[in-house]
Design a protein around this ligand. Structure first.
Ligand code: 4NP
Length: 147
């Protein structure tokens, strides 16, 4: 799960998929990261943590990290939140095989529509609730596909 800062959208996506997979008994290898590295080592944004806590999911232990080239080797699919993330990650791809792994996460729920999870960082708390709902739908569809 990849966004810009790895403190808002992608840690929420990681928490939702991890939680939902555990509830459904699906094994996944999952992580999240950001393209910028500006928040390296930081916890998720307090608004992300509190939004997730409303749904009884604890992401307070997650720490931001920057994407690594080895992520292309370690993971089968690299899910990005918006088109800007997509461009940033595709710029790191070494070959066509890497490029094929990069996908917009909301396309899981809305195939082919290329919808984005909007960056909630500069907005109010309601933006985080909307992000949660979008990520929940995508996570549900994703886990249905792989299970
Ligand atoms: P995220 O949100 O990419 O969903 O983690 C952002 C977090 C921080 C910044 C931008 C977006 N920032 O500019 O610091």
């Amino acid at each position: 799960m990849i966004c810009l800062g790895n403190i808002c959208r992608s840690p929420m996506a990681e928490g939702i998929v991890r939680h939902m997979a555990a509830v459904r008994g699906i094994e996944t290898t999952l992580d999240s990261c950001g393209t910028s590295g500006h928040h390296d080592g930081e916890s998720a944004d307090p608004r992300s943590i509190s939004t997730m806590a409303k749904h009884n999911i604890d992401i307070s232990d997650l720490k931001s990290r920057k994407i690594r080239i080895s992520d292309f080797d370690e993971f089968d699919e690299l899910f990005v939140m918006d088109h800007s993330n997509m461009t940033n990650v595709l710029n790191l791809a070494r070959n066509e095989e890497d490029e094929k792994k990069v996908k917009l996460f909301l396309n899981e729920a809305f195939p082919g529509e290329n919808r984005e999870v909007p960056d909630p960082y500069y907005g109010g708390d309601s933006g985080f609730d909307k992000v949660y709902d979008m990520l929940y739908r995508a996570a549900d569809s994703f886990l249905n596909r792989i299970s």
